[in-house]
Each structure stands twice: as C-alpha cells, then as structure tokens.
Design a protein around this ligand. Structure first.
Ligand code: CTP
Length: 417
C-alpha cells in the first residue's frame, strides 16, 4: 500500500504541482539549483524561499534564474531579496503549495520549524502552510545525531512531517558519517512519493461520518477513587485528526486525557465505560467506527457514594463486567459500515487479534504490544500489526502515531471502496 514508491511515475505525479523549496544555510545548498532544474523539467512550479545564510552558499540570482521566479527571503516586501509583493505573501504561499520542501535543512532551521519560530519568510511560510512538509536534514554527523536535533526531528515527524534521512559519507568537515544531503535525483523521487501520498489521501474520506473513541475510562469506586489504565489517548486523537484531514466529519468520544482536542472535530468528553457506551450509541450508524479507547472491562459492582473508610483487616472490591461496546457494534453493524477495533496484548498478539476479529465481528483489528520498543504507553510512536477480515496481516515498523493513523485509514478507505 503506502510506502510503495517503486512503481511511482515521478514525472506524471509531479507535472503541474506547486512546491515551495526552502533553502537554508548549509554547504549542501550548492546542490539546490540542480534540484530546481530537475523539478522544472518535471513541469513543477517552484517558489524558492531562502534564509539569509543560505545566500552565502548559493546566490538568489542562480536560484531565481533556474526556478524562473523571484526568490523570497524576507517577510516584508522592502527587505533585500524580498521579491516585492504584499506582506501577506507567506500566507498566500502557505495555501498555494502542494508541498513544502526544506533542503538542505540545517540544525538551526529544524529547531525553528519544530518550535514554531517565524522570523524569516521560510519559517513564516511553514507556519502558514496547509500542505505536507518534507525536511531533508544536512549537517555534520555529530550535529545530526545530537539528541537536540533528533528530538526536533521527532517533533516534526509527530506532527506528520516527513524526514528524509541524510546519506552517509564524506562531510564538509572532512569527517565521515551521516549528514550528507541526498542527491537531487533521490530528493526528486521522495518529493514525488510525498505528493502522491498526500494527493491520494486528500479528501478520500470526504462526506463520510467517522466516529473515533480514545483514551481510558474511569470507573468510580467511591467519590475520590477510581479504576483506570495507562492509555494516553494519543492514538485515538491522531486517528481523529487524520480522518478530519482527509475530509471526514469526525466525532471523537474521549475518556479523560490531557490532549488538546483536534480543531474541526466534535469532541464528546466522557468518564466511564457506561458513558462512553451511551455516547457511541448516538453515533452508531457512522460510516466508520474506530474503537481506539481502552475501555475498562470491569467496574466496581456497587460504587459507594461516600468515601470508603479504611478498616484494620484486608479489603476486597467486587467487580462486574462492563458492556463490550465493540461487540455490541459488531452485532448490529449495517452493511457498508467499517468497524475497527484495537487490541493490546503482551504476548501472542497475532493469535489473540485473529480471535478478536471473529469474536467481535469487526473488519480490522489493530494490535500492539506495549512491551515492544516504540510502542510504550504515552509515547508519540507506535508499532502495530493490522489484521483484516480478508486475512491480510500487516506488521508495521515503529512510526509516529500520525502515520499509524493514516495507515489504518488507508485500509478503511480501501474497504469503503
Ligand atoms: N472494547 C469495548 N468495550 C469494552 C472493552 C473493550 O468496546 N468494554 C473495545 C476496545 O475499544 C478495543 C477492543 O474492544 O477496540 C479491545 O478488546 P478487548 O477484548 O477489551 O481487548 P483486551 O482488553 O485488549 O483483551 P482481553 O480482555 O481479551 O485480554
């Protein structure tokens, strides 16, 4: 499915596309006129935006000539290299572009992009952009592997940005290591695959009603105590955000989390499994339902309305089963509806997930094991396997939750036909 860049027709994908190419101040900037030439040959409209330091390595005249457009540097039109026009150019460009590419991306620019600084034209365009971001880091090896740079790249990935890893080889410092900007031909291909992926996903859930559940539930023992679990809600929120980005009308039923609600998504906050069940029932005829919530399987049978006082002896708590919301949905599903469940296992993940597919009558089970590297509770990445009723079982590598969300939705869209 996704990630299959082999069969991509680069020229066909790129023809007529619009790219903002951000060039930042590293020695590898000397490769960018070649990249721009390749893009222009593929009939891409390229707007180059440079930082002031980039102009020390490659001139605006060179990039302006090969791109056939004035190069932009400053936000305000009266600055040197501003290229004239209105001072809202950064907003217009952010809406104009199909893809924002930053190549080479220095450690400094990566930090600025990660933290939302916008003191120059490039970082301002990046904040205003609604299109995907592709970052091509290029710097000395030690700067690249430094935890600060890696953490900044992780922030960008977590927000759905694409990071093209640098090549390994001889660096400007004379050292050998990771940090070389890939060759323009390789960047061109990565640009094409990024555009292809975003074009395929754009609006493919348009007009669909998608219900997502997320987070843990809280089952009261008494007014001050409850039973819950470690779910952070990040996976469900990422799915809600991704579905919204793909044009769906999204309702997110969320247990207690401390995540900001995704813009444009209707959020219903609940506490207990019973409340979640009630809210899900209101939306049970949605086109797609993704039960990412970690719903409690048991709740205290007789919660006390007063705080329970301790006694000298041991205590016990009688528990009763909660309703299985997913099983309820599986029994009543209407034709054409796509139902996705989650499973969390610490052993024999695939075997348990296969059983769950059948038992709960769902189309897909997304299973993860929180003891695996990259799949821990509360993290920004996940490592899942997606099992489908058709028998397909895809074990995905560790990836940001934003990407896992799109992988799940790619399969949902496929099933919706
Ligand atoms: N689920 C639900 N209602 C519940 C419990 C779970 O809808 N009361 C949903 C979850 O949202 C998830 C899936 O069912 O999509 C998880 O299934 P479950 O059987 O609870 O799995 P685990 O708790 O992971 O596994 P088990 O109890 O079998 O160990």
């Amino acid at each position: 499915m996704t990630g299959d860049h082999q069969s991509l027709d680069v020229n066909r994908t790129l023809r007529g596309r619009r790219i903002v190419l951000g060039v930042t101040g590293g020695i590898a900037a000397y490769k960018t006129p070649l990249l721009v030439r390749l893009l222009r040959k593929a009939q891409v409209d390229v707007q180059v935006v440079m930082t002031r330091d980039a102009a020390r390595f490659v001139t605006p005249l060179t990039l302006g000539t090969v791109s056939e457009r004035d190069v932009l540097t400053d936000i305000f039109p009266d600055g040197a290299g501003a290229g004239g026009g209105s001072w809202t150019r950064h907003i217009e460009l952010g809406l104009w572009a199909d893809l924002l590419v930053v190549a080479p991306a220095t450690a400094q620019s990566i930090a600025r992009l990660a933290h939302g600084f916008c003191e120059n034209m490039l970082t301002a365009v990046a904040l205003a952009a609604r299109c995907p971001l592709l970052v091509c880091p290029a710097m000395d090896h030690d700067m690249y592997v430094h935890p600060a740079t890696q953490a900044n790249l992780e922030i960008l990935r977590t927000r759905g940005g694409i990071v093209m890893p640098p090549d390994h080889g001889e660096l400007a410092s004379g050292l050998i290591g990771e940090g070389r900007l890939p060759e323009p031909e390789a960047i061109l291909e990565r640009i094409a695959s990024a555009i292809d992926e975003s074009a395929r996903r754009k609006g493919d859930l348009g007009g669909r009603r998608v219900l997502v559940t997320a987070g843990p539930t809280r089952e009261l023992i008494d007014p001050v105590r409850y039973i819950t679990n470690h779910s952070s809600g990040k996976m469900g929120y990422a799915i809600a955000q991704a579905a919204h980005d793909r044009g769906a009308n999204v309702t997110l039923v969320s247990g207690p989390t401390n995540i900001d609600p995704p813009a444009g998504v209707a959020v219903v906050k609940v506490q207990s499994a019973a409340e979640m069940f009630d809210s899900v029932k209101q939306e049970q005829d949605a086109d797609v339902i993704v039960m990412a919530a970690a719903v409690a399987d048991y709740r205290p049978a007789t919660p006390s309305d007063k705080k329970i006082k301790k006694t000298d002896g041991p205590a016990s708590l009688a528990l009763e089963r909660t309703d299985d919301i997913l099983a309820y949905l599986g029994e009543r599903r209407r034709s054409g509806q796509v139902l996705v469940g989650f499973a969390l296992e610490t052993s024999d993940e695939l075997a348990y997930a296969r059983q769950k597919l059948e038992k709960k009558n769902v189309d897909m089970i997304v299973v993860n094991n929180p003891t695996n590297e990259g799949a821990q509770f509360g993290g920004d990445t996940n490592r899942v396997a997606i099992l489908d009723r058709t028998g397909s079982e895809d074990e995905l590598p560790v990836m940001p939750k934003a990407r896992v969300a799109h992988e799940i939705l790619d399969r949902v869209v496929h099933r919706l036909g």
